[in-house]
Design a protein around this ligand. Structure first.
Ligand code: HEC
Ligand code: CU
Length: 355
């Protein structure tokens, strides 16, 4: 009896474990703590479906156990064959109608939510951002604002933002679990979805479509700030002078090096570029290339050997790398230049502190 109780206790503990472990993910990278409209709608649908499934499971299990107990083979009846019945009309109708009702319970809110999320009637009056997915980074072009950013998508809270998404190469998928559901980005046609963040904060995004060797490193962020702060950020970004001279001598050297080589792919300021992340506010980022810890050491390493940190990325074929044209000192100077590109007080850090 004791050993049996022990087993039950272990089983109970194990069944509680998933619940506890489900709390281990990042707080801003989970569909179970929605901080935006699309995520809230999705969670509501998940809950409705789960309730229906749990009720079905319990009812089936009860009937199953009852049948097992009641109709089991009893002593002395080893060769007894029960009366064979088939074609019970009442039962047939019941187990056809019940699933239909259950499906309707799930279908009505699902279809309503689908239409709701596809409603684009206020698109022209809202902020539109063109999103381009690239092997392994994200680009954001704010329509009508002359602002380009990469990796971090700044948005105002409490407003619908329309994202017009496309891919420059293969299929990717835009997914910020705490803000909204997924949306694929295709090379041929534009997909649109709107997002709305309820609270200020930094929300993590992932590419949700296998797109190459560094697919799992294609992270990005939504930085949600108050509407006032957003206006301030827009103004700060618009006022950036791409040619502004940095303060330190080292950063000045770095700027020159940058403009002689890196600028063939990267842009600073609002000029559109399709080849590499826009670095206008690189000093305000919290990660390098979406995933690498943000510090000078890593940045120098990235400049000298990006392939080591992110396999298959499209910077690895840069001519200066192929021809081995940059030494460590120069990479340090470029890093000094990039790290001081901080056009705004509105940053992921300030968004997080305001939570
Ligand atoms: C051939 C085009 C090309 C050239 C030239 C190039 N890069 Fe890049 N760079 C890229 C691409 C593409 C990425 C995105 C890589 C990824 O995340 O997959 C990138 C990413 C970066 C990032 C990370 C950006 C971010 O938003 O986190 C930095 C920093 C960077 N490059 C610096 C440099 C510097 C400095 C030079 C010049 C010494 C340079 N790059 C030259 C294509 C290029
Ligand atoms: Cu991808």
């Amino acid at each position: 009896m004791k050993g049996w109780m022990g087993k039950v206790r272990t089983l109970l503990l194990l069944s509680v474990l998933p619940l506890i472990l489900s709390g281990c993910g990042k707080e801003n990278l989970t569909a179970f703590l929605p901080k935006g409209y699309g995520a809230q709608v999705s969670l509501d649908l998940i809950v409705i479906s789960l309730i229906v499934m749990i009720v079905v499971f319990i009812v089936v299990m009860i009937i199953y156990t009852m049948v097992l107990v009641r109709y089991r083979q009893k002593k002395g009846q080893e060769n007894f064959i029960p009366k064979q019945t088939e074609g019970n009309k009442a039962l047939e109708i019941i187990w056809t109608v019940i699933p239909i009702i259950l499906l309707v319970i799930i279908a009505v809110p699902t279809v309503a939510a689908t239409f709701n999320l596809a409603d684009e009637s206020d698109k022209d009056d809202s902020l539109n951002v063109n999103v381009t997915a690239n092997q392994y980074w994200w680009h954001f072009n704010y329509q009508g604002e002359e602002i380009q950013t990469s990796q971090d998508l700044y948005i105002p809270t409490g407003e619908k933002i329309y994202l017009n998404m496309i891919s420059s190469d293969v299929l990717h998928s835009f997914w910020v679990p705490s803000i909204a559901g997924k949306m694929d980005t295709n090379p041929e046609n534009e997909n649109t979805m709107y997002i709305e963040a309820y609270e200020e904060g930094v929300y993590w995004g992932k590419c949700a479509e296998l797109c190459g060797p560094s697919h799992s490193l294609m992270d990005f962020k939504i930085v949600a700030v108050s509407p006032d702060e957003f206006d301030q950020w827009v103004e700060d970004m618009q006022n950036v002078d791409p040619e502004a001279e940095p303060e330190t001598a080292s950063a000045q050297e770095g700027q020159e090096l940058f403009e002689n080589s890196c600028i063939s792919c990267h842009a600073i300021g609002s000029s559109p570029t399709a080849l590499a992340p826009n670095l206008t506010n690189f000093g305000d980022r919290t990660a390098i290339a979406g995933v690498i810890d943000y510090n000078k050491e890593n940045l120098v390493e990235w400049i000298l050997d990006p392939e080591k940190l992110k396999e298959g990325n499209k910077m690895s074929s840069a001519p200066y790398l192929v021809n081995d044209e940059l030494n460590e000192e120069e990479a340090n100077q470029i890093a000094d230049y990039l790290l001081q590109l901080k056009p705004s007080e509105i940053t992921p850090e300030s968004a997080n502190n305001n939570e």
